[in-house]
Design a binder for this molecule. Sequence first.
Ligand SMILES: Cc1cc2nc3c(=O)[nH]c(=O)nc-3n(C[C@H](O)[C@H](O)[C@H](O)COP(=O)(O)OP(=O)(O)OC[C@H]3O[C@@H](n4cnc5c(N)ncnc54)[C@H](O)[C@@H]3O)c2cc1C
Length: 480
Amino acid sequence: MNDMKPLAHRRPNSALLERLKSVVGPKGWLDQPGDLAPHLADWRRRFQGKTPLLLKPATTAEVAEIVRLCAAAQAAIVPQGGHTGLAGGGTPHDTGDEILLSTARLNRVRALDAANYTITVEAGCILKQVQDAAAAADRLFPLSLAAEGTCQIGGNLSTNAGGIAVLRYGNARDLVLGLEVVLPDGRVWDGLRALRKDNSGYDLKQLFIGAEGTLGIITAAVLRLFPAPKERVTAFAALRDLDAAVDLQARCRAASGDSLVSFELLPRAGIDLALRHIPGVADPLQAKRDYYVLIELTAAAEGSDLRARLETALAAALEDGLLADATIAESAEQARKLWFVREGITELQKYAGVSIKHDISVPVARVPAFIPRAIELCAKMFPGTRPIAFGHVGDGNVHFNVYQPEAMDGGAFLAQGEALSAAIHDLAMELNGSFSAEHGIGRLRLQEMRRYKSDVELDLMRRIKQALDPLDLMNPGKVV
Ligand SMILES: Cc1cc2nc3c(=O)[nH]c(=O)nc-3n(C[C@H](O)[C@H](O)[C@H](O)COP(=O)(O)OP(=O)(O)OC[C@H]3O[C@@H](n4cnc5c(N)ncnc54)[C@H](O)[C@@H]3O)c2cc1C
């Protein structure tokens, strides 16, 4: 895919490359094609880049020195965490003149303050590592997503990741108290404050969260922790229709004292595909309906009446005709099996052919308007496609993946997909939604930024970029 804006930075010369290698030492860089390859194609293999050098600094001081040297030479830098991003933000362009900076060796847990319910971690900590460190101290770090064994905290914060616990705990942005950032000129901003109250001026950390590496390199963060859950109740329900999903999630929140953590939508068509392609997926319910939800609630104390409350809420929903059937997991193993069905729908992408993906959000009450209209658009514009709408419906976030017609060539399908995507995004925007709910902009959604953001909003974003990175050296050609 070609990017439209010409990039203004300079190609790094061999003297700069040697100087950069000396900053990180022999274990801190790669420049051989075989070693670089995994860092040069994005997760979905839509973008393929080049770089003369990948650097793996082990300290904030090394990051700062790299950025200072690059700024002096006007060389561009692309920060990279776990490289699981779905918008191509962490993949360099194919010009071969951007330095790739991996945070993989910045991976220390610097401190955990159980009484303050905070953890201070370096950007390269894998999300799972942070969850485990919190759990070891009987605390919860609630950010959770399918890539959690690979993605890194720096990437999570830079994309403002969402995932399966946003309903209760918010996006990555809501979990941050402080940041340490290397600015585009190489200065270090130490904003590692572990405070829940701090109204001393602009909240600068918010600029870097969700900036996808275009304003600086996050090197460490102070993250909020919560009491570790002591009870977990997981259920699966067959819905009367999509309106019932909206009603049911509101009921579950109210009935459980707002203990609802996850409320995930699964379509029948997706379950059927998962049953066909993914070994180990089992159909949780007899009732065949177009849509199902996976529900999870947690309590931070033992002896809660969470299960009874959910049972009562589901029984009332059955009686009122919102549900055709429902089951509550009797054991952790049963709960795992229910989640496996949900994960199967994400996994499908490997088996069910090429798909055009959308990550939209609308206000929750408008999900029932969005999905059937989007499916209708597919049928009209592209007969034979197989739309699968699933995801974090409790947040109004729908992953709307349109699989190729079975008989059609995948490449030809993708080539014709732009008009369909524009129509789906137009629909989300018409319903006061967003064309990118949780995956960000990167290189993938630049066109949509121009199409949907107002001149005022784009102007403000460009001014912020200009103020912090006047030479456009931080992840150029991404986001704005
Ligand atoms: C199977 C799967 C499931 C997923 N599920 C979800 C989901 O449920 N919710 C969700 O929100 N996302 C999801 N994602 C997307 C992805 O996992 C997240 O965007 C994740 O937060 C990216 O982290 P990363 O470390 O891999 O970042 P990368 O892909 O390496 O980078 C992402 C962006 O951040 C920048 N960046 C990385 N580190 C830094 C840093 N330290 N400082 C400044 N900029 C930096 C990069 O330049 C790039 O622009 C999923 C991805 C996969 C593959």
